[in-house]
Design a binder for this molecule. Structure first.
Ligand SMILES: C[C@](O)(CO)[C@H](O)COP(=O)(O)OP(=O)(O)OC[C@H]1O[C@@H](n2ccc(N)nc2=O)[C@H](O)[C@@H]1O
Ligand SMILES: Nc1ncnc2c1ncn2[C@@H]1O[C@H](COP(=O)(O)OP(=O)(O)OP(=O)(O)O)[C@@H](O)[C@H]1O
Length: 299
């Protein structure tokens, strides 16, 4: 006899791409491009709480957080929120009614290249897997997630992973395996600063610009040149960070956010000062990588 759970909270981390190699787009993938990417979850978390509601009362959605971007005015199209899309997809897949109250406490910058929407969808999937006592394995949850968006399957597990296909085929990477060890030796681990912006970039527009201008010669992120063309301040933030001693500095996914890995207190302080003095970012978030989702059974 399973215990009746009334409420589950999930802290789900944002994602960045340590490498993002972009190939041709495929009509059968809805125009999405072939990718070969190393995903890495970073310690900026959204918290989604799913609470059981009376049968037949339908879903509800509440958003909180100081930086909701275009989401703040999205009350009208709540049904398009990625967390709500995930609720309906899980209800369909499991035969449950979507009588659930969703509360999202947003800390991940919106439309920032950090998969904030995908993180909220993944958090909802993980929360419902517990709330409805489904106890499905990750592969089954990934199948549901991949119908909703390219980044969502990765967001279910976090850590480091290689993504192929349009990003939905995930090969989880061992933290002490050869690939991750190599990444750590190149400085892609530990303490980092996120340079965040009020401005938002639409992912389809960044890919379309990539189709026109291609990738920068030495860029590990093939979307970086396009993101900087659309949002030049991101390029300035990368230059300032590298000049101030950052081990790595790059546009996160489709941008505009910039990630700078800063291994020591001195380097972190120097990058923070350089970004503040040059006003090339609007907000700085200090955190670390890798990170993983945390599920809390709250009632
Ligand atoms: C830029 C990345 O964040 C890197 O991880 C992802 O590729 C984007 O993932 P996402 O935001 O979940 O993207 P989706 O919601 O699946 O698709 C949004 C739009 O981004 C473009 N898109 C996305 C993924 C992909 N492999 N190729 C694309 O061209 C397409 O125009 C697509 O219609
Ligand atoms: N829960 C949500 N959180 C953030 N954005 C959402 C959410 N639901 C729907 N959206 C919509 O999705 C769009 C993309 O949001 P998101 O924050 O995932 O962008 P992103 O971080 O740039 O994505 P990616 O890194 O995958 O390119 C936003 O413009 C927003 O309107």
């Amino acid at each position: 006899m399973s215990v009746v759970i009334d409420s589950v909270s999930v802290d789900c981390p944002a994602k960045t791409n340590l490498t993002l190699h972009v190939g041709p787009s495929h009509a059968e993938w809805g125009g999405r491009h072939e990718l070969d990417t190393i995903y890495c979850a970073v310690g900026v978390y959204d918290t989604v709480t799913a609470t059981r509601k009376a049968p037949g009362t339908g879903f509800s959605l509440n958003l909180e957080g100081a930086y909701l971007g275009d989401l703040a005015s999205s009350v009208s199209d709540m049904r398009r929120n990625h967390a709500v899309l995930a609720l309906f997809a899980m209800a369909e897949a499991s035969g449950h009614e979507p009588d659930v109250a969703l509360n999202i406490n947003k800390r991940i910058p919106v439309s920032a290249g950090m998969a904030g929407g995908s993180a909220d969808a993944a958090a909802t999937i993980l929360a419902l897997n517990a709330l409805w006592n489904l106890d499905w394995p990750i592969e089954r949850l990934r199948k549901v997630a991949s119908t909703l968006g390219a980044d969502m399957p990765f967001c279910l597990t976090g850590g480091y992973a290689r993504g192929t296909g349009f990003g939905e085929r995930i090969e989880q990477l061992d933290d002490d395996g050869d690939i991750v060890r190599g990444l750590k030796e190149r400085g892609f681990a530990g303490r980092l600063l996120v340079g965040a912006y009020r401005a938002e970039l639409r992912t389809p527009e960044v890919y379309a610009t990539f189709d026109q201008i291609g990738a920068g010669k030495a860029d590990d992120n093939h979307l970086q040149k396009a993101a900087i063309a659309l949002h030049p301040r991101s390029g300035q933030a990368i230059e300032e960070a590298l000049h101030a001693g950052a081990r790595q500095a790059f546009v996160s996914g489709s941008g505009p956010s910039v990630i700078a890995f800063v291994p020591t207190d001195d380097i972190a302080a120097a990058v923070q000062a350089a970004w503040q003095d040059s006003c090339c970012v609007d907000r700085i978030i200090a955190t670390s990588a890798p990170a993983r989702p945390i599920v809390h059974i709250t009632a």
